[in-house]
Design a protein around this ligand. Structure first.
Ligand SMILES: [Zn+2]
Length: 504
């Protein structure tokens, strides 16, 4: 009997020595049966305070146990700890959060007619802690990537594909609008992205979308319709912000100069910077109450307009040095042919108006949530100096700037986003029974959201400046990705692409 026990013990110690000897990084990208994250402080995504330490057990694609560690029992060596996993992640001094959800992403495999590997945005997203992306300009390719991601064949966040309602041969009649909704559903999309639209078409398409059980994300634009129509027809989410202040302007239309041309992007972005100041605050509160009553969420994408308030800052992001793909770099340059590249002749007056615009917008956003509104987080990267993943993390910082506690900011990007996707029972929380989408962070994002960037933060330790921070692991659907490895792969990809690009 004793010999038998000794044999088992030897066997156990042999297995554990293999675990100890194997470099955890070698498990990156591999689906494992069991992962245990140990000693983690957990921010669960619901907005409640951080707590820990906990051991988190992941089996296949699910979080199966979250075990609190009794400090006294642990000290005496009698704490009940979960059995070892195929991968053991030591998270002492680290924070675990739900995987971030990007509610407004674009899976780009090219910009401005030049190819750019989709691996670039997928790996950047994962390296920035994003485990789910709602692609709001989904195409056949997105459907393919969605399937490959779901099967664990590629390093990619899980994808939700929303097809553009106005993509291709877009409908001009109410019957056509209904048919288009049915076609999108039949093609296998998860939802619909709607741009600016006339009221009769919107009424028909929204009615059909309800019948088909399709969610709709609305880039409302400055159109016949505005937030009142989103309220009336039961929109899922308003993307960006157009349509909201418009609905609160007393005269019913912004005071555009007579030479204004909506199709001229300089005009459009310039006068957008003078829109919030025209909204009547009392009317705005009525719009908000209407949105809240109708369950219309707001995904403001504050990050994508930042160049408008500080062009130099946007153009000189230090992370560009290592992470900006040359194809994207070219696309960002001011050029009337590229959407969002409207900065030729941008003035200090434009920036001053935009700074004021942001002040009112952020105050409004804070008020929206205070009254009961549901706020999401999305980046819209690939345009206007925002890189994939980095854009979403910047968006978190801007939610903090708007006045939200970092616990609420993280809630916006996890629980709230899951709700807007209709996935709140499986995604967005660190909770047993939920999908194993979580991130292990080197540092405390509640104190400093900048620890989430792959570039990390600089700290003084023992009188010396050292780099720290960054996400250590992004676990998506139970597959662990070593974030610094992914970031390294992206930097290599960028370096190689630059060499190719500068060839004579
Ligand atoms: Zn977009």
């Amino acid at each position: 009997m004793i010999r038998f026990i000794v044999a088992i013990l030897l066997c156990v110690s042999f297995v554990s020595s293999i675990v100890a000897q194997t470099n955890p990084v070698s498990f990156s990208g591999k689906r494992l049966k069991r992962i245990v994250v140990r000693n983690a402080i957990v921010v669960d995504g619901s907005g409640k305070p951080a707590a820990g330490p906990y051991d988190i057990v992941i089996e296949n694609d699910q979080i199966t146990q979250i075990v609190g560690i009794d400090p006294v029992a642990a000290q005496e060596g009698r704490a009940r700890r979960p059995a070892p996993g195929d991968l053991e992640i030591e998270a002492a001094g680290k924070y675990v959060l739900p995987g971030l959800i990007n509610l407004h992403g674009h899976t780009h495999d090219g910009r401005g007619g030049q190819p750019m590997p989709v691996e670039y945005c997928m790996k950047l997203w994962l390296a920035c802690g994003i485990t789910t992306v709602r692609d709001v300009l989904g195409s056949d390719k997105t459907l393919k990537w969605r399937a490959e991601s779901a099967a664990g064949q590629v390093a990619s966040p899980r994808l939700f594909a929303y097809a553009s309602f106005q993509g291709g041969n877009w409908p001009r009649t109410p019957d056509g609008a209904r048919a288009r909704v049915r076609d999108i559903k039949a093609a296998g999309y998860d939802g619909i992205k709607l741009f600016g639209i006339d009221r009769d078409l919107m009424a028909a398409m929204m009615d059909e979308a309800k019948k088909q059980g399709m969610r709709v994300a609305h880039h409302t634009g400055v159109e016949e319709t505005n937030a009142w129509d989103d309220i009336k027809f039961g929109m899922t989410s308003i993307e960006h912000w157009y349509g909201i202040p418009d609905a609160a302007i007393e005269s019913g239309r912004q005071n555009f100069p007579s030479t204004y041309n909506y199709n001229d992007e300089v005009d459009r972005f310039r006068y957008a910077g003078r829109l919030w100041r025209e909204a009547n605050w009392e009317r705005l509160m009525k719009v908000f109450d209407g949105m809240i009553e109708a369950g219309v969420a707001w995904n403001p994408t504050l990050d994508i307009y930042e160049a408008s308030r500080d062009l130099d800052k946007a153009q000189t992001n230090p992370a560009f040095r290592e992470y900006l793909h040359p194809v994207l770099e070219e696309y960002f340059k001011p050029n009337p042919a590229n959407h969002g590249s409207y900065f030729i002749g941008w003035t200090s007056t434009d920036e001053a108006f935009w700074k004021e615009n942001y002040r009112i917008w952020m105050k409004a956003l804070y008020e929206f949530e205070k009254r009961g509104g549901l706020i999401g987080v999305g980046e819209d990267a690939g345009f206007i100096y925002q890189m994939y993943g980095f854009g979403l993390l910047r968006e978190l910082e801007l939610h903090q700037e708007a006045g939200f506690h970092t616990l609420k900011v993280i809630q916006h990007a996890t629980v709230n986003n899951a709700k807007i996707l209709g996935q709140e029972s499986t995604l967005g929380r660190v909770r047993a029974g939920y999908k194993a989408d979580l991130i292990v962070v080197n540092g405390n994002p509640l104190e400093n959201l900048k620890v989430l960037y792959p570039t990390g933060i600089e700290q003084i330790r023992n009188g010396k400046a050292v780099r720290s921070g960054g996400i250590e692991w992004t676990i998506k659907d139970g597959i662990p990705y070593h974030a610094p490895t992914l970031a390294h792969e992206v930097r290599t990809l960028v370096t190689k692409a630059r060499v190719v690009t500068v060839k004579p």
